[in-house]
Design a protein around this ligand. Structure first.
Ligand code: ADE
Length: 241
């Protein structure tokens, strides 16, 4: 049968965004009844995954590409929730390579209007630093991570257009935002979801220490981390649909 063409409110389509192909490819291969629509250069793959209607996209790296994909999922595909799955650098002593960071809040560590008196990280207009993640989503992710036997931590995930790879920057982000992991997209997807009132969570498996030999760790562990995040996402779907 053909995939259902959902109109807002008539069915439950879950949007899944990964920044890089390696963060989405294995899920895409498991889609049934798949169709692809290309918008603004990004392929959106609709179909069913683990019995749930989804739309999957590889957004591209960084906040702008991620926001484009999230807003397209809202306006064109009428998603009811968005999950961002991928990899991250650790900012937490409790999270090591292969462990799972789960957002209960998101910050944009490179947003800074502090020289005109604002708190660092304040997003002007909506006037908040911490963008919320959806509690029922992050609780469900934690349950799935637990049941799959993965060490995990729930906390603030810090986003910026920057691959964090030195001790000074890592420590500043950790201390300023009390964050547990750093990456480059989730905070912008969270902002799109916030203004559209769409529940959101990011699942980020640690690929590196965000300092020291970051490129060596990253190259070695990015696939393991991306695969683990996709396994959690897949198992999560029937629990949240
Ligand atoms: N994604 C994976 N590791 C990262 C890091 N150290 N900084 C930013 N994004 C990342």
């Amino acid at each position: 049968f053909l995939p259902i063409r959902c109109v807002k409110g008539e069915c439950d389509v879950i949007g899944i965004i990964g920044a890089m192909r390696i963060e989405v490819e294995a899920l895409k291969a498991k889609l049934t009844n798949a169709t692809t629509t290309t918008i603004s250069g990004v392929d959106y793959h609709q179909g069913q995954l683990n019995g749930v209607d989804v739309v999957l996209a590889v957004s591209g790296v960084g906040k702008v590409f991620a926001a484009i994909a999230a807003q397209t999922m809202v306006l064109h595909f009428h998603v009811s929730k968005i999950i961002n799955s991928g990899v991250a650098g650790t900012l937490s002593s409790q999270l090591h390579i292969g462990d799972v960071a789960i957002s209960n809040a998101l910050v944009q560590h490179d947003m800074d209007t502090s020289c005109v008196g604002d708190p660092v990280g304040l997003i002007s207009g909506i006037n908040i630093v911490e963008l919320p993640a959806d509690e029922s989503l992050y609780t469900a992710v934690a349950d799935v991570a637990q049941s799959l036997g993965f060490n995990h931590q729930i906390g603030t995930v810090a986003t910026g257009d920057q691959f964090v790879g030195n001790r000074e920057r890592k420590d500043w982000i950790t201390k300023t935002f009390n964050a547990i992991a750093c990456e480059m997209e989730a905070g912008s997807i969270a902002q799109v979801c916030y203004v559209n009132q769409i529940p959101f969570v990011t699942i980020r498996v640690i690929s590196d220490e965000a300092s020291g030999d970051v490129h060596i760790d990253y190259m070695e562990f990015v696939k393991l981390a991306a695969d683990r995040s996709m396994a959690i996402t897949e198992a999560l779907l029937p629990k949240i649909a």
